[in-house]
Design a protein around this ligand. Sequence first.
Ligand SMILES: [Zn+2]
Length: 187
Amino acid sequence: MILPCFSDIKKPLLLAEEQIKILTFRKYLYKFVYYQMRIILFLYFFMKINEIKNKLVEKGLKITPQRLAILEAIIKLNNHPTAENIIEYIRKNHPNIATATVYKVLDALVANGLVMKVKTEKDVMRYDAFLENHHHLYSSESDRIEDFVDTELNEMIKKYFEKKNIPNFEIEDVKLQIIGKFLKNNK
Ligand SMILES: [Zn+2]
């Protein structure tokens, strides 16, 4: 009978130990990344809420829990939600806010320029809390809307219409809805 020498037994043991070390390290790394991401998301949302509060104050509107909740819904739902999406979110997360209040608050926010309305090809009204000058990429197939920020395009449009000088009309804003298909459904 040939007995394995000590180094032959030790080798796999060492390998297993190494593997455990790597796995433990990976586990802690994933945990670290996961918590970092949660902190980043929390900070992002905290900053957004503060930005919203400042905007409400700027527009002379009172900071009410209802207004904050609806703005929170629009930001968290992320894909330019419909009134129905917002109502569903409010029902789940802020059940004390009535549906009629949601509509009233939405109208007030739109009237004060804190939220924009976006109409899709299907004539469905969606809401947008991103107030920077931007356009939209829209897919009627998936009903997905993505923000499209392009300062070069804005400059081009501005220059084009300055040259065109449409008679008897003053341009206030140009917003494009670029229709197409998203190639990857990585929402
Ligand atoms: Zn948008």
